[in-house]
Write a protein that binds this ligand. Sequence first.
Ligand SMILES: Cc1ncc(COP(=O)(O)O)c(C=O)c1O
Length: 450
Amino acid sequence: MSTSVSNGYSSTAQTHAGYEPEGPHRSIAVPVHSTTAYAAESFQQLKDLFARKRDGYAYSRSGNPTTCVLERRVAELEGGIGAIAVASGQAAVAVGVLGLLTPGDHLVAATRLYGGTVEFFDDSLADFGATWTGADPWDLEAVAAAFTDRTRVLFVESIANPGAQLADIAALAEIAHARDAVLVVDNTVASPALLRPGALGADVVIHSATKYLGGHGAALAGIVVDTGRFDPRRCPQLFPRITGHNERFGVTFADEYERGGSGYLAYARAKYLTDFGASLPAASASLLLTGIETLDLRMDRICASTAHLAAALREHPLVTRVHHPSSPGRPDAHIARRDFPRGTSGVFAIDLAGGEKAAEAFLDALELITLAVNIGDSRSLAVHPGSTTHCHLTPAQLAACGVTEGTVRLSIGLEDPADLLADLEQALSAAAAVAVSEPAPSPEVSTVGA
Ligand SMILES: Cc1ncc(COP(=O)(O)O)c(C=O)c1O
């Protein structure tokens, strides 16, 4: 029985891609190479490695055999030509984006993003000398209008955290490519089991592998995947750090494309992984590989439970809005039908009448669902984004994300949905005691058709 879906995703790659049993022991599980360095065969071999004249491992900050299997496996799951594994999703955003920019460049990003990404764009990216403009990804004209002649990157989340708003990747790719920019998609919430952005035109895919790829909440990790669509040699003057000769490393990273690799990833790895040192430990890579083996099974269960709970919560009098693509009037319902045949993952949000006080009472009353700032865990989690994950955003940025004082984010795990519903209902009863009546929220709007 094949479990591949129309986007080309294959469950076989979850357990096999990027690794063949080898060596004297032929271990079936990927060995955990918990080592900092690799004994050189000779002076000349190590010299050649540092001069980038041969491939191999010298020091685990820039490469490790276990981590390398994870890179190959996720690259294949996303249908890409290569990947870099890093220490966290935040590092993946930083390394992935900085690898495409030259100081003075500009980035257009969706207004609905994980709070840490917004903070990186607002603060550290500015220190690097790059600027950004936010645009509503449902308003394609606004996205196009936000571009300048220095825009090199368009950055979106395929399923936005926390409101589960879906991005039209194919339309956004068209906008980016017409302006010689790179479409970078944070595919953390969807995972490749639900959506492969590369198949819809995205150039780079980023993951906080901490979430659904791992699926167990036991390891932080991030991945940057090159889908193979971006070739900076088509407009070398726009990406000079990849296409020009690099004095420090003595190479032109774009030459990597001649060998079937990614010049972009080679540059990002040599420069940012090495300089920032955000390397993924082999033990974490091993945990991630184990998690990935069950990715599509988990996602099917999570999608079904989430759709069931979102529908049930819509009926509750204390819940003024359910932020989920299945909610009536959502402008992304057509994207869900067209691009997400398996479902739209396990993250969604609810707004409670009674604002922060009601959210506090609700979260403190939960017994099975854990109050914790993570998503994609096998256990269901809940959090108040306004005071945690999105607490440094401006009121305008919060409004753009759809986060109000009464918003609670849920990340549905693998428990029995009946147990989850019972817990949600008893916590809502506790919150009802403190809730005060609030004006009904206005519907979400978009210029994109049905
Ligand atoms: C969509 C998204 N991208 C990136 C990140 C950052 O990932 P990490 O926490 O692994 O650094 C998160 C974290 O919640 C996220 O939700």
